[in-house]
Design a protein around this ligand. Structure first.
Ligand SMILES: Cc1ncc(COP(=O)(O)O)c(C=O)c1O
Length: 385
């Protein structure tokens, strides 16, 4: 799983360095060490943005990004019906209304569906790039034309790009996660990136109980202009992040190379459909996704891989955590969804997801394992008939 595979002595060295200070301080705003600040500066530099603000998780990052962009009670936020549940949770935690819409053949927000979902209450569109870019030009045009904020929950797409620009930097603000399945791994953790000073400041305030962090004022005297929570990143997490960030180019290029090799070996198979891309060159190596004939074939495919010692990732086995059509526990809070057949709202998304397979592509993959995985995919496809 990307960065998690490479956790080792470099991460430990950063932690040891943190503990070697005369006065060890593991609390972000307690003064002293500021590994978190160093991590933010380096992350912003790698992304090519003015501001990065590190927080406690990817869920916290999208929560802060939305709050920083001014999303609040009653605002409608359009997002995709295929996403990990976190952005929908964050929208709902802010009192805003999540408006999931259908995906298109690239497994991303369908620009037409976005257009149709816009009302006078629409405040933001949250794109969720899944290891590659959505149709960003179309989505940017719609948002600009209608005066809507474009936000990227790029938790799954660190290092992917669109038209040469890194995902996370194409909207007003982007969010990333450093959990165990992501490109960089820090235990828990996340970050927002933006070029907009006001969004940055408001997101940072939201992550720290509303503290405005005014220079020259002691923390206890900090004023507030909006409410917040404690979503801060700790110094230990940031220390791990610094070592992980130093490995990012290796992680991205190795996974991309491994994915290309596997894809090239299976693209001839007549009964699997590799997904089309808005910008294939900018896609990441983390995950390979394709569709098969129907749900039964997808489950059989998964079982066949399992018998060969390989698992799937997200689809088909964790569909329930990635598809709005089964999230009555969250969406029933809203009049527009209560007592509705949620599945019937996003039929195209549900149909495509149910017959799709995602495979994790490791960074460290030896020759033999790569060959075995390719052979397993081919035999699973042949067994499907
Ligand atoms: C799109 C998206 N947003 C947010 C998150 C949440 O990240 P975390 O697990 O760090 O809270 C995830 C995690 O998988 C995700 O895929």
């Amino acid at each position: 799983m990307a960065g998690a595979e490479l956790i080792g002595k470099e991460e430990l060295a950063e932690i040891v360095e943190l503990f070697s200070q005369e006065k060890v301080n593991l609390y972000r705003y307690g003064g002293g060490n500021y590994k978190t600040r160093e991590f933010e500066e380096k992350f912003a530099g790698w992304m090519g943005v003015r501001y990065a603000h590190a927080v406690s998780s990817g869920t916290a990052a999208i929560h802060c990004a939305l709050a920083g962009a001014g999303v609040g009670p009653g605002d409608e936020v359009i997002t995709t019906a295929w996403t990990f549940i976190a952005p929908i949770e964050a929208i709902s935690a802010l009192g805003a209304v999540p408006v999931p819409v259908e995906i298109d053949e690239t497994y991303h927000l369908d620009p037409l569906a976005v257009q149709q979902a816009i009302t006078e209450k629409t405040k933001a569109v949250v794109v969720v790039p899944m290891w590659a870019a959505p149709k960003m030009k179309e989505l940017q045009d719609i948002c600009t034309r209608r005066g809507i904020i474009l936000i990227e929950d790029a938790a799954q797409a660190l290092g992917a790009s669109y038209d040469g620009r890194k995902l996370g930097t194409l909207g007003s603000v982007g969010a990333f996660s450093f959990d165990a399945g992501k490109t960089l791994h820090t235990g828990e953790g996340g970050v927002i990136v933006t070029n907009d000073r006001e969004i940055y400041l408001r997101a940072a305030e939201f992550s720290d109980h509303g503290h405005m962090h005014l220079e020259g004022l002691p923390r206890g005297k900090d004023p507030r202009r909006a409410k917040g929570l404690n979503l801060r990143m700790s110094e230990v997490t940031a220390a791990i992040g610094l070592a992980q960030l130093a490995k990012i180019d290796t992680i991205l290029s190795a996974a991309k190379e491994n994915k290309k090799r596997i894809k090239d070996a299976i693209r001839h198979l007549p009964n699997i459909t590799l997904r089309p891309f808005a910008d294939e060159g900018g896609s990441q190596g983390d995950t390979l996704i394709f569709s098969v004939r129907d749900r039964a074939a997808a489950l059989e495919f998964e079982a066949h891989l399992g018998r060969n010692g390989f698992g799937t990732k997200i689809l088909p086995e964790a569909l329930d955590w990635h598809y709005a059509g089964v999230w009555g526990h969250l969406l029933n809070a809203y009049d527009r969804y209560r007592d509705r057949d949620l599945e019937a709202l996003w039929p195209k998304t549900g149909e495509l997801l149910r017959r799709s397979i995602c495979l994790n592509i490791p960074v460290l993959m030896d020759e033999g394992t790569t060959e075995q995985l390719i052979a397993s995919i081919i035999s699973a496809a042949e067994a499907m008939g």
